[in-house]
Design a protein around this ligand. Structure first.
Ligand SMILES: Cc1cc2nc3c(=O)[nH]c(=O)nc-3n(C[C@H](O)[C@H](O)[C@H](O)COP(=O)(O)OP(=O)(O)OC[C@H]3O[C@@H](n4cnc5c(N)ncnc54)[C@H](O)[C@@H]3O)c2cc1C
Length: 432
């Protein structure tokens, strides 16, 4: 049998999963990673006794295969948590999801949301909802009240564009839809009923999330770190590294963000370049903080729909695992989204975030911040707009025709969780 030269670009979860699955089948491959360590977005840093992930990263599983794979590589270092997620709205904290927990809201808002939901439920034609834009989906599913008081402002803040511009291709059960009876239950009293895919999640017991890629990577041969790929020559079938070295390939599995192909592939046809230019994404500015005081709440994370607050979500690392913060201290991650549509002033952002944390009662002016870490994540979430489908399909078809197999969240340009990414890493190797 002729040996195929398989190169994997990027050693995040996608690249590692692809290499792991290939090598288990005794197929050789080489992995090239531009950073000094593997893990991509799933890396963790130790700063002043705190362990900070690159933004919040929790594991949830829909597929037993991914669960067993992670369990096998992590052994006992994995704990299941029941989610404690909240929303800050109207100057108070209520349980997530908003659309099932109106308890404690001002009566006028409760009335508007309930009536809107009832009218929307009566108009329900699930089949017709499939091809709606996201804004219309919100209105037809939840009604005008829930749309106005949470769904539209939160999603506009997070995606950085109007929900009118988004399709529903990415939804895939991400947004829980309660029944009218469940909404009424969550209106007359504080309901602890859980909704949605992340009702339970998993997190390592005695390490940051980086233990997942590190464990996967430990059994993979031929990983070259600190090795940035600067060119892919589709005609000569070779890649060029920043060092000037070149490597021939029969197949490339690329987890490099798709928009970067515009710079990596020389002589890319005009129509593919135009399609690449249509891809849009938001970016995430992530600030991690270590605080001198212990946070005794059991909250895992909180959503902030209000426009006048800089962040859209805050999470509490030390409530995922005691290991992540020294005893009597706590640690948070703060997430701000931005894009070409919504610029942020990075010079003043830290100050603004700290003021906003005081406004919402997470910090007091007396609290001491004893550790800080910033991750400015350029490619946050691929944006599913009207051009997404055709542009992505055209680009992928072109890459495949030169044996370049796009893989992972950014390589294949999809709203992938860690689990989806690991599964995708396996899937792309199946026909090799
Ligand atoms: C803010 C945020 C929060 C998230 N939270 C969660 C969560 O809680 N739970 C969850 O399941 N998922 C979460 N995700 C998704 C999860 O991070 C991804 O699904 C997963 O990490 C993607 O892995 P990847 O390998 O596809 O991409 P990456 O992790 O980006 O890996 C790509 C790798 O390619 C390397 N690379 C890039 N360019 C080059 C080059 N030119 N040469 C060589 N190497 C290169 C990069 O350095 C990187 O290591 C989150 C994502 C974001 C952005």
């Amino acid at each position: 049998m002729i040996k195929k030269r398989i190169l994997i670009l990027g050693a995040g979860l996608a690249g590692l999963s692809a290499a792991w699955h290939l090598q288990r089948r005794n197929l050789d491959c080489q992995v090239f990673e531009k950073e000094k360590e593997v893990g991509g977005l799933c890396r963790s840093k130790k700063i002043g006794g705190f362990t900070f992930d690159c933004d919040g990263h929790i594991l949830h599983f829909k597929q037993p295969y991914a669960f067993h794979l992670i369990k096998d590589v992590l052994g006992n270092n994995l704990v299941e948590h029941e989610r404690s997620a909240w929303i800050y709205s109207c100057n108070r904290y209520s349980r997530y999801p908003f659309q099932a927990n109106l308890y404690g809201m001002p009566l006028s808002i409760i009335k508007e949301c309930l009536l809107g939901f009832i009218i929307a439920s009566e108009d329900g034609h699930p089949e017709e909802k499939k091809n709606l834009n996201f804004s219309n989906w919100i209105n037809y599913t939840f009604g005008n009240g829930i749309a106005r008081h949470f769904m539209v402002p939160y999603n506009k803040k997070f995606w950085t564009i109007s929900p009118y511009e988004l399709t529903c291709e990415w939804l895939d059960g991400f947004i829980p839809v309660p029944s009218l009876s469940e909404l009424v239950d969550g209106t007359i009293e504080e309901s602890k009923r859980q909704f949605g895919y992340s009702a339970h999640f998993w997190y390592p017991q005695n390490s940051g999330i980086s233990c997942v890629p590190l464990a996967l990577g430990s059994s993979i041969k031929n990983i070259h770190t600190d090795c940035s790929i600067v060119e892919i020559d589709i005609h000569k079938k070779e890649i060029k590294m920043a060092s000037g070295n070149r490597e021939k390939f029969d197949f490339v599995i690329s987890t490099i963000p798709l928009p970067e192909m515009a710079y990596l592939i020389k002589g890319i046809p005009g129509e593919i370049l135009s399609a690449l230019k249509k891809l849009r994404w938001n970016s995430i500015f992530n600030l991690n903080l270590g605080i001198e005081k212990k946070d005794y709440s059991v909250r895992h994370w909180i959503y902030f729909p209000q426009k006048d607050l800089s962040f859209f979500r805050i999470g509490f690392f030390n409530n995922f695992s005691n290991y992540l913060a020294p005893q009597d201290k706590s640690s948070l991650y703060i997430e701000v989204s931005y894009s070409k549509n919504k610029r942020i002033d990075k010079n003043n952002l830290l100050l603004r975030i700290k003021e906003d944390l005081i406004k919402v009662g997470i910090l007091t002016p007396k609290d001491t911040i004893c550790a800080q870490d910033i991750n400015d994540i350029k490619y946050g979430y691929p944006i599913y707009d009207k051009n997404y489908g055709w542009a992505r399909e055209m680009i992928l078809k072109y890459l495949h025709s030169y044996n370049i197999i796009p893989c992972g969240r950014y390589g294949s340009w999809r709203y992938f969780s860690m689990e989806d990414t690991i599964i995708n890493g396996k899937e792309v190797t199946m026909h090799l």
